[in-house]
Design a protein around this ligand. Structure first.
Ligand code: PEP
Length: 236
């Protein structure tokens, strides 16, 4: 299973170090073999290499080696820390920061070419969900435009926009149906994300075709995140 933490714009460099040390000690002590991914903010990136299955990734990067792109980071800055994992297509980047599918596809192609492990996010807004599964799938599949879904190092995160950071979780039936449909199109590990917390981790991880979770808010507390990793271990 894959258990991933997205810090978004939370944690400092110091608190990320404390978090990572605690998480690494937990992974070691509990002999965790699940893939545990952490996406801290860019200012907290560092050479965190504790275990092969505990990896730090970037929440975002610009698809260049280096250059004049004020405010962005490129491959050179990421590579300094030996980072080879990236989150692409998160709904906050699509809907709040205005990243287009074309830009996302360019980013995907660049980091795939560089051999990155890519966690690629798709998910529909509330008004689309209300129209039913056909609309949901048409919307989600449109988010694969320009994306090489055969890329070997690809993980898909299904994250309904209306469930992210809202406390609303998709129902188990909605998750199962959507993951089942996605699996017909993309033969890659599928994660669910959207208000996952300790209390619902087990039931979500037990859903057919759900191979892990991408957690925002509830991952910011290291003890909660460790508990989610422990639940995944108990289920494997
Ligand atoms: C996310 O940011 O990917 C996410 C799922 O956030 P939250 O868990 O807060 O809904």
């Amino acid at each position: 299973m894959i258990i991933a933490a997205n810090f978004k714009t939370n944690h400092t460099r110091v608190s990320t170090k404390t978090y990572m040390d605690k998480l690494a000690a937990f992974v070691e002590k509990e002999a965790i073999t699940e893939d545990v991914l952490v996406f801290p903010p860019a200012t907290s990136l560092d050479s965190y290499h504790y275990h092969d299955n505990l990896r730090v990734g970037v929440q975002n990067a610009y698809p260049v080696e280096k250059g004049s792109f004020t405010g962005e980071i490129g491959l050179e800055q990421i590579s300094e820390f030996g980072i080879k994992t990236i989150l692409i297509g998160h709904s906050e980047r699509r809907h709040i920061l205005g990243e287009s599918q074309e830009e996302i596809a360019k980013k995907f192609a660049f980091f795939a070419e560089a051999g990155f492990e890519i966690v690629y996010c798709v998910g529909e807004p509330k008004e689309v969900r209300e129209k039913g599964i056909e609309s949901v799938m048409a919307y989600n599949l449109s988010q694969f435009e320009g994306i090489d879904t055969n890329y070997e190092n690809l993980i898909i995160a299904y994250e309904p926009v209306w469930a992210i950071g809202t406390g609303l979780t998709a129902s188990n039936e909605q998750i199962e149906e959507t993951l089942g449909e996605l699996k017909k199109h993309v033969a890659k590990p599928l994660l669910y994300g959207g208000s996952v917390k300790v209390a619902n981790t087990k039931e979500i991880l037990e859903i057919k075709n759900c191979e892990g979770i991408l957690v925002g808010t509830a991952s910011w507390d290291v003890d909660s995140f460790c508990e989610m990793v422990a639940i995944a271990k108990r289920l494997s």
